[in-house]
Design a protein around this ligand. Structure first.
Ligand code: FRU
Length: 311
């Protein structure tokens, strides 16, 4: 008799443990857990993205966003996502460092039943819930058209790429080349991967200044690299003869808009971070609404004619 009672007690205990551990974090805290795998939190544009996303999330007390920083390292970011899968987050948001190396783990999260929002950079699969971001081919094309205008259809261009394995870099290159295609007088004389980093933009420019006597324009895939290149040219006393254009158009003392006002950059293109829209989609998914597969954000050309307005 006594033995049966003890067995029953153990059974009840086991059931309770199972029930409580099955509740997971979300029931414990009464919040939905959103895992955001950021590829590199240490860049100005991504700091702005994290801030926008967290500010928007703070308006919704029922959600709790956890940000992991991939530190521009594909394996670290894969491990971060694996972790979110183990934690059974309610939604995964990811801004993948490079497309190919992150594809498999995004598919894994999605097929395990976690809704996945891909933000700004893409992966090579359609196994995700929603993509949110601006059209980088369109931005590249606008930059190409702007280059044609600035150069009067003729000139030597240095193109500083973002990380080659990331989709915005591929698309900004493609769009730019399409934008200048009808102008055989415009020649891209040198293309290098600057990995989205200001320091690299500067190094590439130092190199190019040694190699080429004539450079008429620098097209950099983001503002930090364009500013790095500008500083190298200034140091060599060659900045006056070269146009610099970048992409991002961040406000603030260090941002691209201020660089246009300082006449360092001739133009930049606003690249919205999508942080606010990501949280709106999170809300929709949690409410059980169907969401669009692609949400394309607007861009805008900024030059000296409108920089003050945007500042
Ligand atoms: C930041 C950044 C931005 C760029 C974007 C492209 O990591 O390099 O400057 O516009 O990523 O994904």
């Amino acid at each position: 008799m006594k033995r049966i009672k003890i067995a029953n007690l153990i059974l009840v205990g086991l059931i309770m443990i199972t029930v409580f551990s099955g509740c997971g974090k979300k029931k414990e805290t009464n919040k939905f857990v959103i895992g955001f795998s950021q590829c590199n939190s240490a860049e100005p544009w991504r700091e702005a993205m994290n801030k926008e996303l967290m500010t928007e999330a703070a308006k919704h007390p029922e959600i709790n966003v956890i940000i992991s920083d991939g530190q521009q390292d594909n394996s670290k970011q894969v491990a971060d996502v694996e972790n979110f899968i183990v934690q059974e987050v309610d939604i995964l948001i990811i801004s993948p460092n490079e497309a190919q190396p992150l594809t498999r783990v995004v598919e894994k999260a999605y097929t395990s039943g976690i809704p996945v929002i891909v933000l700004d950079r893409k992966v090579l699969t359609d196994k995700f819930t929603t993509f949110i971001g601006a059209d980088n081919t369109k931005i590249g094309f606008a930059a190409g058209e702007y280059a044609v205008k600035l150069l009067g259809g003729k000139g030597k261009v240095l193109e500083i790429w973002g990380l080659r394995g990331s989709t915005p870099a591929m698309e900004r290159d493609k769009g730019f080349k399409e934008g200048i295609a009808n102008n055989p007088g415009i020649e891209i004389i040198y293309e290098q991967d600057g990995a989205w980093l200001r320091r690299k933009g500067r190094e590439i420019m130092e190199n190019a200044l040694q190699r080429f006597e004539e450079i008429d324009m620098v097209y950099a895939h983001n503002d930090p690299m364009a500013i790095g290149a500008y500083l190298a040219a200034k140091n060599a006393n060659r900045n006056d003869k070269i146009f610099f254009i970048g992409i991002d158009g961040l406000p603030g003392a260090e941002g691209g808009i201020q660089s246009v006002l300082n006449e360092e950059l001739s133009a930049t293109f606003i690249y919205p971070t999508g942080g606010k829209e990501a949280i709106e989609i999170v809300k929709d998914i949690l409410a059980g609404k169907t969401v669009e597969k692609n949400i394309i954000l607007d861009t805008k050309t900024i030059d000296k004619t409108n920089a003050n307005l945007f500042k």
